[in-house]
Design a protein around this ligand. Structure first.
Ligand SMILES: Cc1ncc(C[n+]2csc(CCOP(=O)(O)OP(=O)(O)O)c2C)c(N)n1
Ligand code: SF4
Length: 238
């Protein structure tokens, strides 16, 4: 158990990527000794209850409004570590506007973006990051070019802006990638604490329930996602 996580039973489905990312974040907060100075957002989505799990200050934000709320909090408390935690429906659909303008302003916050290629909480509808051909409840024949268009690549999009300082895409499908995810989050937090500016870490994460896959196939699906979402550092101006 880490100090930054409470001893609480999580509500996530077995095999859910959110649990791994929660654990990684908590380890980094412990190791950086910033737990008591950290403020996070709980988004609307499956991680809506993350304030029950993290032993830090958390503010609940309306769906998609997270980066704006966290920008305001950071401006009021510039000495705090402020991070947004968002799913792909939250960050890349209803919240696209806030995401782009927050990054473009170079707000000194960290955004952790959980890309599980679906709307998890509401039952597996298509997300902006659903990959081509992927079947969801709203794309029963698979996501197609004519009706839905290709997936939105948020790291690539944000990397075209001048202000962001650090942008990386990682995944939690094996031990090596989990280690890299932890390093990416640590680097992003350090970027913020050194006052350098906006940092963004996307994490490809499993949703076995809405993918209708067992764990082995879910991990394999993260490999398939990488055809559209390559794992790499898109920007490092730290
Ligand atoms: C303003 C508003 N619109 C729509 C919803 C319904 N809603 C709740 S969660 C969600 C999608 C969540 O998906 P995602 O952000 O990808 O997170 P996940 O559940 O996959 O972790 C939606 C559309 C809402 N709660 N509020
Ligand atoms: S529905 Fe998907 S994202 Fe939500 S808790 Fe279950 S596995 Fe995780």
């Amino acid at each position: 158990m880490t100090k930054s996580l409470k001893e609480a039973k999580m509500h996530y489905c077995p095999g859910c990527g959110h649990t791994i990312v929660h654990r990684i974040i908590s380890e980094v907060l412990d190791e950086m000794n910033v737990r008591e100075r950290t403020i996070a957002s709980a988004p609307v989505g499956c991680s809506v209850l993350l304030y029950n799990y993290f032993n830090i200050d958390v503010i609940e934000c309306a769906h998609g409004r997270v980066p704006s709320v966290m920008s305001a909090i950071k401006r009021i408390y510039p000495d705090r570590l402020v991070f947004a935690y968002q799913g792909d429906g939250d960050l890349a659909a209803i919240g696209t506007n806030e995401t782009i303008h927050t990054a473009n302003r170079g707000e000194n916050i960290t955004v952790i973006f959980i890309n599980n290629a679906v709307y998890g909480m509401t039952g597996g509808q298509m997300a902006p990051t659903t990959i081509m051909g992927q079947k969801t409840t709203t794309t029963p024949a698979g996501r197609g070019q004519n009706q839905e268009g290709p997936p939105l690549k948020m790291c690539e999009l944000l990397a075209t802006l001048d202000a962001p300082m650090y942008i990386e895409r990682a995944a939690v499908n094996n031990a090596e990638n989990i280690k890299k995810t932890k390093e990416a989050i640590r680097k992003a937090f350090r970027c913020q604490m050194e006052g350098k500016g906006y940092s963004f870490v996307e994490v490809l994460a499993t949703c076995p329930t809405n993918w209708h896959k067992n764990m082995k196939d879910s991990l394999r699906f993260i490999q398939e996602m990488q055809e559209y979402f390559p794992l790499k550092v898109f920007k490092d101006k730290i």
